[in-house]
Design a protein around this ligand. Structure first.
Ligand SMILES: [Fe+2]
Length: 308
């Protein structure tokens, strides 16, 4: 199989994880990532592995609703996204289709060569198909992340991992509650951002937990999202959960963000207890509501009312 990455410079190897970087790839040249290939993938995609999100009017209040695909086929779905305001996230595609699992395995085999000692585990990929001018709002993620552009163009903003862009409390809340919290974004933040217009054949990677947001340009966008864990990322996650429990539920302001030593071991035990007892799951209980179905010609809310 042809390598997925074009090449890596010594500087890019050093920069991985410490600052935002953009690398060249060949994913967009593979038939699996052509619009025909993706249409066939959508046709066979099980409901439990995708999210279809309908966005509110541009410039309006930030909101979205989750739905499901109705009686339209993969090509019609892509056409509806191209002409609408929504995004389809084909989550964990490597579990659905072994050909995409092979892509994922190839990527990490190459990464292991370029980044000895990376030690990634639980890698995951998803395919995000989104409408012209769609946005992904300002947020931060817990695992290591990369964004691969396949079709269309989007503008990526990556912000420093420090206040005022991201406070430890915000990261703790994301880790503790298992959901993205409503992170406050100020337009002035953009002055401190790394900004890059991603085109097909480019992959962006950024420092762990770096807040980011995305604006599609005026075209259909297809991207592949990638996540992974390492031992270091897992330790930082355990620390965030434990510090969140201390701060939010035991009313103790955590003083340390160390990921080794006696204080860390105590915190590791604290969060493991919360996990084992089911207390953490209770916190994270969330509802998944199907609000509309995408049918031929219209957005049809599951309630039967006309979509706004
Ligand atoms: Fe993200």
């Amino acid at each position: 199989m042809q390598p997925v990455f074009e090449s890596w410079t010594a500087e890019e190897r050093t920069a991985w994880g410490s600052r935002p970087c953009v690398l060249r790839h060949r994913l967009h040249e593979q038939p699996l990532f052509s619009l025909d290939g993706l249409a066939a993938l959508i046709d066979a995609y099980p409901k439990e592995h995708y999210s279809l999100i309908h966005m509110g009017a541009q410039g309006g209040r930030r909101f979205w609703r989750e739905g499901e695909l109705g009686d339209i086929n993969g090509r019609e779905t892509i056409d509806a996204i191209a002409g609408g305001r929504m995004w389809l996230n084909l989550r964990r595609v490597m579990l659905v289709d072994p050909r995409y699992r092979a892509v994922l395995e190839g990527i990490f085999a190459e990464l292991d060569g370029y980044l000895p000692g990376l030690g990634a585990f639980e890698p995951s990929i998803g395919i995000l198909i989104s409408s012209p001018n769609a946005q992904v709002y300002y947020h931060a993620d817990l695992p290591g992340q990369a964004l691969w552009q396949v079709h269309g163009r989007k503008r990526l903003y990556v912000y420093p991992v420090e206040p005022p862009f991201l406070a430890p409390e915000q990261l703790e809340d994301i880790a503790l509650y298992g959901i993205e919290v409503d992170m406050a974004y100020e337009p002035g933040f953009d002055e401190g951002a790394f900004v890059h217009e991603l085109v097909p054949g480019e992959m962006a990677h950024w420092p762990l937990n770096a807040p980011h947001r995305i604006e599609n340009l005026d075209c259909l966008n297809v991207s592949m999202t990638m996540e992974y864990w390492t031992d270091d990322i897992r330790r930082r996650h355990m620390l965030n959960v434990a510090n969140g429990i201390l701060r939010r539920h035991m009313h103790v302001a955590p003083r340390s963000r160390a990921t080794s030593g006696p204080a860390f071991l105590a915190k590791a035990a604290l969060q493991a207890g919360a996990r084992r007892s089911g207390w953490l799951d209770g916190l994270r209980a969330k509802r998944r509501l199907i609000e509309f179905r995408l049918d031929r010609g219209a957005l049809v809310p599951a309630s039967g009312e006309k979509a706004a």
